[in-house]
Design a protein around this ligand. Structure first.
Ligand code: DP6
Length: 368
């Protein structure tokens, strides 16, 4: 007997970042966070459950992963524990033989700092819910056990992860603050400036911040207020109010990283050039029409409305230098060729451009 489920789940990029845990094994955050999913970057994941004793396996983009001692094992063990408990209620001493087999493909390079684990673990949690009939709260818990930020990919729209106050952490779950249909013209533009593995993982970096930063406490005090401001701006579709808070949170997060000892320096010269460029563009525009945010890496995620994209890219191509592949991507978005004499700004090199709608949720592809 076996069950098979396939889902497609997008990554999410936070508008107010999760940084710091009060419980490291359960991934319980010190602050609430808020995000939008990036529709065009997703994991397509198949989970097979065999009701027999066997070795669990995980394959990502064709590569077998170590399961023993991994985050996957944490998730699998939790499911086995729940099933044992449930079955014990039915028939005492009922043995639980469950074997998990996961294959997952992402349509973007993993470990390019593009939140691949968020999509991956959310997809696993989604499949587990479909197969075992878990509640939404249980699904949230499973995604979170895999990777904190994954909890925000199990919903579409604007998603808030509440840190929770219960001692058993059951209320540290995600919720949708607004459906994506509320603001259909929102877009994300990701500028990939570095495709390498990140210097310090988020998991290790945030723990070092918790242990050494004195600014973190102040950051945590502000997160709820900033989330409320972004939600209010989102409700009114007030882009400039929302953008201002998004950029402030990104900068505040990277300030806290700098306040960590030794410092966590995730931004590079290209990142800083993009930050300057966005402010110059908004200034030139007379109002804030584009926002940047950076996770634990140098790649920029820009949030903007559809009608800003063309003009911003025209501006950006005069200032930044786009590598050949990125140039093709820009030409596709613009619908016309770039003038060669223009794309030599040489301020900074952009390796890849990803343009996407935002706010899409998980999609069930099949269930047997
Ligand atoms: C900077 O979710 O990767 O992207 O819970 O240890 O797996 P773990 O950390 P992770 O951290 C994400 C950090 C961030 C901000 C965010 O996505 O909120």
């Amino acid at each position: 007997e076996s069950r098979v489920c396939t889902v497609r789940v997008p990554i999410n990029i936070a508008l107010v970042k999760y940084w710091g845990k009060r419980d490291q094994t359960q991934n319980i955050p010190l602050n609430d966070s808020l995000s939008l999913t990036i529709n065009s970057l997703h994991a397509r994941t198949t989970l097979r459950v065999n009701y027999e004793i066997g070795t669990d396996s995980v394959k990502i983009n064709g590569k077998s992963q170590t399961v023993t001692g991994s985050r996957y094992q944490r998730v699998f063990e939790e499911v086995r524990r729940w099933e044992r408990k449930r079955k014990a209620g039915e028939v005492a001493e009922h043995p639980v033989s469950i074997q998990f087999e996961i294959t997952s493909e992402t349509n973007f390079p993993v470990s390019a700092g593009l939140a691949s684990s968020a999509a991956g673990f959310a997809a696993i949690a989604e499949c587990l819910q479909k197969i075992f009939g878990f509640t939404d709260s249980q699904k949230s818990q499973l995604a979170r056990l895999g990777s904190g930020s994954a909890i925000r990919s199990i919903f579409g729209g604007l998603v808030r992860w509440r840190r929770g106050t219960q001692p058993n952490y059951e209320d540290s779950i995600a919720e949708q603050s607004f459906p994506s249909t509320h603001w259909p013209s929102l877009r994300a533009l990701i500028l990939v400036v570095d495709e390498g593995r990140k210097e310090y993982s988020s998991t290790d970096g945030m723990q070092r911040t918790v242990e050494t930063s004195t600014l973190l406490e102040r950051r945590i005090e502000c997160c709820d207020v900033n989330i409320d401001k972004i939600c209010a701006a989102f409700s009114n579709r007030d882009f400039s109010a929302m953008a201002d808070m998004i950029m402030r949170d990104s900068n505040n997060f990277h300030a806290v990283c700098m306040d960590t000892s030794p410092p966590l320096m995730y931004l590079n010269d290209v990142s800083r050039t993009i930050i300057r460029l966005v402010h110059v563009y908004n200034e030139k525009n007379g109002s804030t029409v584009i926002a940047y945010t950076f996770d634990a890496g140098p790649n920029a995620t820009l949030y903007l409305e559809e009608d800003t994209v063309q003009d911003f890219l025209d501006f950006a191509t005069k200032q930044l230098r786009f590598a050949e592949s990125a140039q093709t991507e820009v030409e596709e978005i613009l619908g016309h060729k770039l003038d060669e004499s223009v794309n030599n700004g040489a301020l900074a090199q952009i390796l890849q451009v990803i343009y996407s709608q935002v706010g899409g949720g998980p999609q069930l592809l099949s269930l047997h």
